[in-house]
Design a protein around this ligand. Structure first.
Ligand SMILES: C[S@@+](CC[C@H](N)C(=O)[O-])C[C@H]1O[C@@H](n2cnc3c(N)ncnc32)[C@H](O)[C@@H]1O
Length: 334
């Protein structure tokens, strides 16, 4: 999985072959349209208020792909939350030059707001990722047996061997360690498809051209390979690193919570006559996008949202996204 996705020359992601959206291999929240970024902007701005409207608030995005989410957030911030826009910086963690170039073209209008790094640095603000953890390489371990890839007679195939280690998702756990080591004050919000430990199946998905392929050995380097996220192990690792679990729910409840708070307090009206200040534009396109993001049979239930926090009082009042959520540790079976 690591070679197929991240080999410097041939990797599906690292070489720039990945295309997301209608003309690509699969859809994400971001490819549904700018609405997702606008709703996340409302949540980021609320966090900024909670941290006392600080001047050096950093939005850190990891897995920014072509920069579309960053542009949606920054455009909406500039139009709807100018004070937040002034105070915030946008930091993209991008290890791959091909995506850095693409992002910098797409974010040309915001070049004074955006900075790029190869790896995380200490920050105060919010770390955001959408479908980052599911793209982290995994080991296929089940009931003490690991599947390994071999190459015989011009073909890839699986071999099995007994194994005593059980951390199949080390890269995702390392990612949590890394955020925990750099988050000084604020939140991590990560969205992905997965399950809590009790319902976790550890199935690898292979997708190309909006089709599910039967084997990871098909269309190598041209197909996406992901594994659902084991949320319980991620949350447990975060707690071991001193982070608090600030919320866990499905995307339906998360976005509904955010929408329900639009127009209250400091946030602008969801639909105002002045369209440039409308966080939730009153158009057919935007209504369709909202339905796609929220509907339980579309993206609403397939995706979950985990938020982790440091040095904030997340118990006193949950973020809007978690106002309709169950108690997170129980939901995560911790
Ligand atoms: C499934 S795509 C999601 C892209 C985008 N967030 C979206 O929702 O449309 C996963 C992305 O994570 C990136 N990625 C993987 N490992 C990364 C890492 N260690 N740091 C930053 N990005 C990484 C990949 O290059 C890819 O762009």
């Amino acid at each position: 999985m690591e070679q197929v996705l991240y080999h410097p020359e041939h990797g599906y992601y690292s070489s720039g072959k990945c295309v997301i959206g209608r003309k690509g291999d699969y859809f994400t929240n971001v490819s549904v349209g700018p609405l997702f970024g606008r709703l996340m902007l409302a949540q980021f701005a609320e966090i900024w208020e909670e941290l006392g409207r600080i001047n050096d608030f950093v939005i850190v995005e990891q897995g920014a792909h072509d920069g579309q989410f960053a542009r949606d957030v920054l455009q909406c911030a500039q139009e709807c939350r100018p004070e937040f826009f002034e105070a915030a910086r946008y930091r993209i963690i991008e290890p791959f030059p091909v995506w850095r170039e693409c992002q910098s073209r797409r974010l040309e209008a915001f070049r004074h707001k955006v900075e790029w790094r190869n790896s995380l640095e200490p920050f105060v603000g919010v770390h955001f990722s959408n479908e980052l953890l599911d793209a982290m390489p995994v080991r296929l371990i089940s009931a003490g047996v690991e599947k390994l890839v071999d190459f015989q007679s011009d073909k890839f195939l699986f071999l099995e061997r007994p194994v005593s280690i059980s951390a199949f998702n080390q890269a995702a756990l390392d990612c949590v360690d890394n955020v925990a080591a750099n988050l000084r004050r604020g939140y991590m919000i990560t969205i992905d498809y997965g399950n809590s430990a009790a319902e976790f199946h550890g199935i690898v998905q292979v997708r190309a051209g909006h089709r599910h392929l039967d084997s990871p050995f098909e269309q190598i380097g041209y197909a996406d390979i992901t594994m659902q996220v084991d949320w319980t192990s991620i949350a447990r690792r975060a707690e071991a690193n001193g982070l608090r679990i600030a919320g866990f729910t499905d995307q339906h409840h998360f976005l509904t919570g955010i929408v329900s708070e639009l127009g209250k307090g400091g946030s602008p009206e969801p639909c105002t006559r002045d369209r440039s200040r409308a966080l939730l534009p009153d158009s057919q396109k935007s209504k369709r996008a909202l339905q796609t993001l929220l509907h339980p049979e579309m993206l609403g239930r397939a995706f979950q949202v985990l938020s982790l926090a440091r040095n904030v009082d997340c118990a006193a009042q949950p973020l809007s996204g978690f106002k309709f959520a169950r108690e997170p540790r129980a939901a995560l079976r911790l």
